[in-house]
Design a protein around this ligand. Structure first.
Ligand code: TYM
Length: 326
């Protein structure tokens, strides 16, 4: 059984990119992996978020995990802040990471570079992510394409630590899906779909209703050429629609392109496929949201198990680096 860890920030509604890039893989492998799935609430603090909203979104994300099909009998679901070993380990790793390597993180360059008022946490964020992963001895980390560089940093930090202080950490690998590893914004098809882009028309939220999905797909930006072909560089809008159709129907975007001559027909089929994918999850989600006590209990159970594993790794790392045992 592979030990797996991954996480999602509760900084906004879960969207189709989170599902196709990450959650769907988690669900597909839950009966074969020994998996820990974390709601990374501490990472959500790296950008402004209202306290009540953060609390609400943490519970909503837990409901979203279940609605997407995760089974808490098979995987451990927990909130990052409920396991203090993550931040304790992050400090040890911060003291081995360099400014240079964090400066090279493209996500930081995009979101904060050159801005004096950017939060320090946004800069050190990838080290906390490394701690999330290394605390569980995870060998595999199922994520979307945008997290690849963070995984490389995690591997570098783990390898360096092991080199200096002995074999403490498992060096993990990213598992990135073949299709839809980078779901694009429907309005700006050269940018990834993201919680933080304020373009509700560009993003399909995971539990959206059928009318909203149909409207957004219909308005998706294409081009003036009028030819359906799969070419992500020259035709990013049309290619992204083909990617979505392929992901929702387990097809290949190249093959699917051959079935269409008109953008309108392609859009109709994309909308229909996404609605069929999302409708059952939406129904489960709406049902789960009402039971806050159950969601809190789920996270409490998860935290208990996660603490046992993560504390042991922290103690191993702390001892290796020279901190006096209590
Ligand atoms: P986050 O919350 O931005 O995204 C959660 C997961 O969804 C994937 N994803 C996408 N996949 C395809 N297309 C998209 N447009 C898209 N947008 C998001 C992400 O790749 C990710 O797998 N730093 C992480 C959270 C994190 C984490 C971790 C992940 C913290 N600790 C430890 C793995 C392991 C993040 O901000 O993901």
């Amino acid at each position: 059984m592979a030990r797996v860890l991954s996480g999602i920030q509760p900084s906004g509604d879960l969207h189709l990119g989170n599902y196709l890039g990450a959650l769907r893989q988690w669900v597909a492998r839950q009966s074969v992996d020994d998996a820990y799935y974390c709601i990374v609430d501490l990472h959500a603090l790296t950008q402004a978020i209202d306290p009540a909203e953060l609390r609400r979104r943490t519970l909503e994300t837990a409901a979203g995990f279940l609605a997407a099909g995760l089974d808490p009998e098979q995987v451990t679901i927990f909130a990052q802040s409920h396991v203090p070993a993550h931040t304790r380990l992050a400090w040890l790793l911060e003291c081995t990471a360099t400014m240079g390597e964090l400066n090279r993180m493209t996500q930081f360059k995009d979101k904060g570079r050159g801005n004096e008022s950017v939060r320090v946490g946004l800069f050190t964020y990838p080290v906390l992510m490394a701690a999330d992963i290394l605390a569980y001895d995870a060998s595999h980390v199922p994520v979307g394409e945008d997290q690849r560089q963070h995984l490389e940093l995690t591997r570098d930090l783990a390898t360096r630590f092991n080199h200096h202080y002995g074999e403490v950490f498992v060096v993990p690998e990213a598992t990135i899906p073949q299709v839809a590893a980078r779901v694009m914004d429907l309005q700006q098809p050269d940018r990834k779909m993201s919680k933080s882009i304020p373009s509700p028309l560009g993003r399909i939220d995971l539990f959206e209703d059928a009318d909203a999905i149909a409207k957004k797909v219909k308005k998706a930006v294409t081009d003036a050429e009028g030819i359906v072909a799969y070419d992500p560089i020259a035709k990013p809008g049309v290619s992204s629609l083909l990617d979505l159709l392929a992901a929702a129907t387990n097809g290949s975007p190249m093959d699917l392109a051959g079935n269409y001559t008109r953008y309108g027909d392609l859009k109709n089929d994309v909308a229909e496929a996404l609605i069929s994918l999302i409708a059952p999850m939406r129904e489960r989600y709406l049902g789960l949201l009402g039971d806050e006590a159950e969601l809190r209990a789920l996270l409490a159970r998860g935290a208990e198990k996660a603490n046992t594993v993560a504390n042991a790794t922290y103690e191993r790392a702390a001892s290796a680096i020279g901190l006096l045992e209590r």
